[in-house]
Every structure is written in C-alpha cells, then in structure tokens.
Ligand binder design. Sequence first.
Ligand code: MN
Length: 472
Amino acid sequence: MKEEFLTHVKDMAGEFLELVENSSAPVKIIGNLDTDGITSTSILCKAFARKGIPYSTAIVKQVNSELIESLQNETFEILVFADLATAFIQELAETIDKPIFVLDHHFPETNEKRVGKLRQINPHFFSIDGQKEISAAGISYFFAKSISESNSDLAYLALVGAIGDMQENMGFIGMNKLILDDAIAKDMVEMRETLRIFGIQTKPIHKVLEYSTNPYIPGVTGNERSAIKFIEDAGIDVYDKARNFKKLVSLSKEELEKLVNAIEIKKTPGTGMDILVGPVFLLKNEEDDSFRKDLREFSTLLNSCGRMGSPSLGVGVCLDDPYSCKKAYDILRRYRKEIIDALNWFYNNRRSEKIIEKNGYVVILAESNIRDTIIGTLASLLAKSNVYPEETIILSSSYCLDGMIKLSLRASGNKTDVDLRAIVKDIIADGPGYGGGHKLAAGASIPQDREDSFIRNALASLDKYTSGSPKA
Ligand SMILES: [Mn+2]
C-alpha cells in the first residue's frame, strides 16, 4: 500500500498548491511540541520557503477548543497541522470553514480522508503502521517532496523525527526505510555498525560511560574515575597518541570488541539496551563533535528545546540557523541539569509523603517541584533504572501552569499484564480531565482542584491491578 499512500500524498500536495495560488494570506503551520512535531514543521517551512509560499508557524502542546477558536479568528486562509489534530477532526472541520490539511500518524478516529474542507493525510488509511513505520515528519517529507523533488535533501530531518517517536529500532522499517534510502542516496547520511550507547559518536568514551543510563553500568555510571578505570581494565588506553581522551573513532577494531565485551559483562540486564552493537546514523556534513552529527543526539537536542519551552529554537536548528544552534546547546545543558535536579528531588523525598511506595507500584506527587514537561522523562528514567523491581508501575504527577495536574504512567521492565490506559481511565472516570496513550506509556491531565479525588482513584486503581500491599 506504499504506492497508494504516496499517490494520495501527491494528490493532496497538488490540491494544496492550487489553493495556495488562489490565496493572498500566508499558510499557517501548527506543529506538535516534540521532536517529531518540530522536524515536521521545519520540513514544511523549508519546502514552502523554497517554493516562495509565505507561511507562519505555531508549535503547541496540544489541540483543544481554545486553540481551535483562536485559529478561527485569525486571517490565515489555509491551515496545515503536523503531528497532531487527529483526535479533533470533526470539531476542526465544523468550526473552521477553511481548507485544513492534517498531516498526522496517530490512529484516525474517522475513516474519511475528507471531512468538509478538511483533508487527512494519514498512513493508517493505507494499512501503514503509523506507530512504527512512519512519523509525521515522514509524512511532511513526502508532502514536501511532492511539492518539489529538490526537497529530498530534507530526508535526514524526517529520520530525526522518526527517532524522536521511537521508530528507530536497530534500524528503520517500512516508509522510514524509504526515507533512509533517500538520505543515503543524497549522500547526506551515513550508516555505521558500531556501539550504540548515546553520545558515543561525539564525546570521549569515559564521559559516555559515566553518563550512560541505557544501559546502566553499575559502579561506572555516575563516576568519572571508575569509568576511566573500567576502560583501562578492559585493556584499552584511555588516551590517544596526542594525549587526548580517546573517542570511539580512534578505537581499533580489537579495542572496540574489548570495550563491548567489558560492558556486556558489567551492565545490569533489563535496563533498556540488550544489544550494544548496531546501526548508528550520522550526518556526513556535520563536524564530529556537533550535537547534530548523530541523528539520535540531534533528536534529543530538539526534544529538550520543546520540553524547555523553546520549540522555535528547535526549528531554527533544523533550518541551520547558527544563533539557534548555539542557544539550543545551552538549552540542552539546562535540560540535562533539570533532569538531574528532578532525580535528586526524587531521591531526597523518597521517605516523604510526596512519594508513596507500595508493592507493585509507586506514586510520585512532585507538585511544583518538577516541570510538567520533565515529569514523564523522570518516570521513564526510573522505569529503565534498577531503582524498583521489574514490573513496578510508576505514576508521576506535577502541576502545570494552566491549573491542571499532568500525570505520566510507566512500567519498569516488561509488564504486560496491565494496560496502563485502564488505570488512566479509572483516574479520570469521575470528573473533568482527559487522558490516553499506549499500553506501556500513558498520561492524563486533571484539574488541580480535583487532586484529592485523583490520588484516591489512583491508589484504588493501582491496588486493583497490583498486589498493593504496604512495602516492607
Ligand atoms: Mn509523532
């Protein structure tokens, strides 16, 4: 069904160009506040600019009735949504009487490609799995390529978006694989089989091991000296000939093998990365020490821009703006610091009433101590670490500035007997609030004035799905 999907995208791009020709206002692009949304927006910006189409962008956390109302009052004549809006198709089509293009890969609620003047471009209509095979950045890429073949040099951005949505798993499949082929054919991206630990392409090896949480290496993660000793014990000189700390590029094949074996023996099983060696994807024209060199680091950089409230810097990074790149690195550093602060807050409050630990689950009530866009990352980190036994459900919550409480649910290890969405449903059952997600990662928002009933519902629901006995 790939061909049918691509034909559909082409038709839609054709209709878009025709509408643009008869419009006197800029096109409005509304993108989602994550790596996939930022790369989608950037791809569209670049394609529109090259074609001389005026545009304006907005990056938002979510679509809701207020956003729809405010868009209705703006003077834009054509709207393009990227990586969001699928859950609001009816409301959008009914409220805004203008051409709307929704480029999204979330599971569609209606089966119609057209609802009034709204058009949906969604791979699920063509039996393509939008969770694994293509992200919104990929859809935006094919849309851009339909506008002009010259936009095929943007393929790498689509891969960065797919990585942001966890669609890279020892390589790419489906439509993403086609995009990778384009990026390699354009000589923009190179694939190497090597150690996949995060940061290994750009930082000295001992630093990479010190900061590695995936995998977690007991006695090495978090300790620079032990990391250096660990490398030496593996029979590898930590310095290169120029007496600089060695990076991955300066390891011989034998040394790389020694390093992989040493990590293999020492790492905690089940902490995320089971296979250490696999494909990594590198931007050919980027300096070795650049955060944009390894597409996974590029993805993290954009994610941090979004979560720290500066998504437009992320767009600037994708559009090669030097000022944005410099500022984004500062943001990435601050983001890492906030995550470490969040972890420290967690460890310092484990014995307080803010963290409720039972057998089978833990509830973290961070209130205003952790940013709402960081709380999910904390839950994911705890789920991947060995702080709690396998199969522990981790519910974390923090206050948002808009009067809501944001909740994130994760399960450590491979908990498969509980669908986390069921717990979300229980929590929001008796009042205002909304939520959803996947079986293994779910979230919700509820008003702060309902905090007491949220905690009651959450504990009751978690007790139901786990043993729930007080922790010994
Ligand atoms: Mn997405």
